[in-house]
Write a protein that binds this ligand. Structure first.
Ligand code: 5AD
Length: 332
């Protein structure tokens, strides 16, 4: 069993001479605990309207230059069915914190989507216990909400109007309601320390996360962080690799932010711990408007054919799973 202490994690993160060792260890752990299958999740970005003002995010309410859109419940349901028809076994609904999507509206959407044979992941931000309970009752299976950083001081700086404790409360509520829970962090926030990244990794373990998404910060020109340096892809991959080694059998996506920094970023991620890819199934006319950060994987690979995602995955010895891709295989 590989276990690292906080001090060891810090040492590994600071020292770049042992990266090859770290990445191959993460790849071995991935192979042993989750195998060679890649789980695909169809991502539907259904609204870019958001009441929050996260300093790094292009969807922040204070970005008046962004053209806003919101799909109707019917459009969302149709998009989900479309993804199921193509063969996806998981649909992810992701959106800004948009008040239009009240508990009742969401429950209607969830119930309709769950008529199909598909696992459903929600990624809609912070909600009350009651809302989360209602969504679960309608059949939602998983929920993604990154903690972003466990450094409280930095969290407060990056997230005006938001409260770290409420985010942790959401994660704990989700766990107690029986969701598979996803969280994660950004790598490369201004003033973020290596020590706090080590805390992030230990937090993922402590909270009992089933999925972890990690991405480098990408400076968005229409945000207060426009002059920030982009995060380091290598450091993000190292945080991801350590997460794999410590949490073992969880699901870890190769994130699009990694691909934005390097055209081969996602494949690199799949070779040092990741086992999930989330192709963007949003309507093309909206993809450019879901601009969390610039150049966000708009030209992602086709799903079939010579130059497809599948061909790329096969070329690195991996196959596409035909299952739902729960952490707990017995679940469905
Ligand atoms: N660069 C990288 N990732 C970002 N996110 C938001 N803004 C950026 C950015 N500028 C990430 C956050 C959020 C996820 C949906 O996108 O971590 O949780």
């Amino acid at each position: 069993m590989t276990e690292f202490t906080k001090d060891e994690i810090i040492e590994i993160l600071k020292d770049d001479t042992k990266n090859d060792w770290l990445f191959s260890l993460a790849d071995e752990v991935r192979k042993k605990y989750v195998g060679d299958e890649i789980h695909l999740r169809a991502l539907i970005e259904y609204t870019n309207i958001c009441k929050n003002a996260c300093k790094y995010c292009g969807l922040r309410c204070e970005n008046r230059q962004l053209e806003r859109y919101r799909l109707t419940p019917e459009e969302i349901i149709n998009q989900a069915y479309n993804a199921v028809d193509i063969g996806f076994k998981t649909v992810v609904l992701q959106g800004g914190e948009d008040a239009f999507f009240s508990k009742d509206v969401m429950c209607e959407i969830i119930t309709e989507i769950k008529r199909a044979d598909v696992a459903l992941t929600l990624s809609l931000g912070e909600r009350s216990y009651n809302d989360l309970k209602a969504f679960r009752k309608c059949g939602a299976d998983r929920y993604l909400i990154r903690i972003e950083t466990t450094d409280r001081k930095l969290y407060r700086k990056m997230h005006p109007y938001m409260d770290f404790d409420n985010r942790v409360r959401c994660l704990r509520d989700l766990k107690s309601l029986g969701y598979e829970v996803g969280t994660g962090c950004l790598v490369g926030l201004p003033e973020q320390t290596i020590e706090s990244l080590a805390d992030d990794i230990l937090f993922f373990k402590e909270i009992g996360a089933d999925m972890i998404g990690i991405g480098p910060l990408i400076a968005h020109p229409q945000t207060p962080l426009k002059d920030a340096k982009n995060g380091s892809l290598t450091l993000a991959l190292k945080v991801m690799a350590l997460t794999r080694i410590l949490l073992k059998d969880i699901n870890i996506p190769a994130t699009t932010a990694m691909e934005t920094l390097d055209p081969n970023g996602r494949i690199m991620a799949l070779q040092c711990g990741a086992n999930v890819v989330m192709p963007n199934l949003s309507l093309e006319e909206h993809q450019a408007k879901y601009e969390i950060y610039p150049n966000k994987g708009i030209n992602s690979l086709p799903l079939e054919g010579e130059n497809s995602l599948e061909a790329k995955l096969l070329s690195i010895g991996r196959t596409i799973s035909t299952g739902y891709g729960f952490r707990n295989k017995e679940r469905k």
